[in-house]
Write a new protein. Structure first.
Ligand code: NAI
Ligand code: 15L
Length: 277
């Protein structure tokens, strides 16, 4: 029993954030201070200096022994680390497949209770833009990158069914400062809504294995989160304020362009790349 007054105790003793040097990791870092006494930050890239409540670990997720040590002693994990775009298979294999296996096997070994996994809309990118999808819609990856995120969703399902390790797979849309093209008016997820979705995913009492789409309250919607309503995610932002960035195309424009016909946009046009090293 802790002698600390309840008001000073935080919900988690130690939280791990992977991908902490990346775009979303840098957004998450500050929020975690309110949620855990100790925040362990990890990336293969250099990290900014640690605050008193932070621990830093620069390592490659493909290094099994390093990931085992990284995960020891943490209560929960926000897993953002990995390659975040399409890439040569060998690179994806190390970061997104071997890296993910290393994380889950270490999490099981060390008794971690829950992982929030940064999945992607590219797990379903070959669904047409005329469809509205929910958590039970079949995966239709649009790239090898999307295939690795499907692997993550299946691996986490297995670790829940077999061992009870809970995961929320967040199929993030496009989380940037602002939409970069007309498609992102539909897929936009503000940084504030992203952090709130991670908070809901960490703090909802029982999540089992869940799939939730990460989009703000945008005027056009391809994704229905009714089946993940128990998470209590209620996005506050909208891409509406950015509509003026992109003049409307005439309805007949580009109707044969796969990048407009499919939810994954230009990802559907990629081809497997040669290895980078
Ligand atoms: P990012 O590319 O800026 O950050 C990913 C981080 O992972 C980088 O700092 C990188 O150094 C690190 N990383 C890559 N390979 C690694 C390895 N082998 N070992 C350790 N660390 C490694 O991407 P961003 O935007 O921050 O996205 C975070 C996560 O969310 C990624 O997993 C991405 O796939 C996913 N996501 C992001 C979306 C977005 O719109 N920002 C949309 C859908 C998914
Ligand atoms: C993703 O999965 C990528 O990580 C991000 O860089 C964007 O391309 C995003 O999807 C998107 O679909 O806009």
């Amino acid at each position: 029993m802790s002698n600390e007054p309840a008001a000073q105790r935080k919900p988690f003793r130690r939280l791990l954030l992977t991908g902490a040097a990346g775009n979303l990791g840098r957004q998450m870092r500050g929020a975690l201070a309110d949620w855990a006494d100790i925040v362990r930050l990890s990336d293969v890239a250099p990290l900014d200096d640690a605050a008193p409540h932070e621990e830093l670990a620069v390592l490659d997720l493909a290094d099994r022994a390093a990931v085992d040590a990284l995960v020891e002693g943490v209560d929960a994990i926000v897993h953002l680390g990995g390659i975040s775009v399409d890439a040569p298979f060998d690179d994806l294999l190390e970061a997104n497949i071997r890296g993910l296996y290393n994380l889950y096997s270490a999490a099981h070994k060390h008794g971690v209770k829950r992982i929030v996994f940064a999945s992607s809309n590219h797990t379903i990118g070959f669904h047409p833009t005329t469809s509205v999808l929910d958590a039970d819609s079949p995966q239709r990856p649009d790239s090898l990158y999307g295939v690795t995120k499907c692997f993550g969703e299946s691996l986490s399902r297995y670790y829940y069914d077999r061992f009870g390790l809970e995961t929320v797979c967040v199929r993030i849309g496009s989380s940037f400062e602002e939409p970069k093209n007309p498609r992102m008016l539909v897929t936009y997820l503000s940084y504030r809504d992203f952090i709130e979705l991670v908070r809901c995913s960490l703090f909802t009492n029982r999540v089992g294995h869940a799939i939730v789409y990460g989009a703000s309250n945008n005027p056009v919607k391809w994704w229905d989160n009714t089946k993940a309503a128990f998470l209590g995610f209620n996005p506050q932002d909208s891409s509406e304020q950015f509509a003026g960035l992109f003049p409307l195309a005439a309805p007949t424009d580009n109707r044969d362009d796969p990048a407009q016909l499919y939810q994954g946009g230009a990802f559907v046009l990629g081809e497997p790349m040669e290895r980078s090293k």
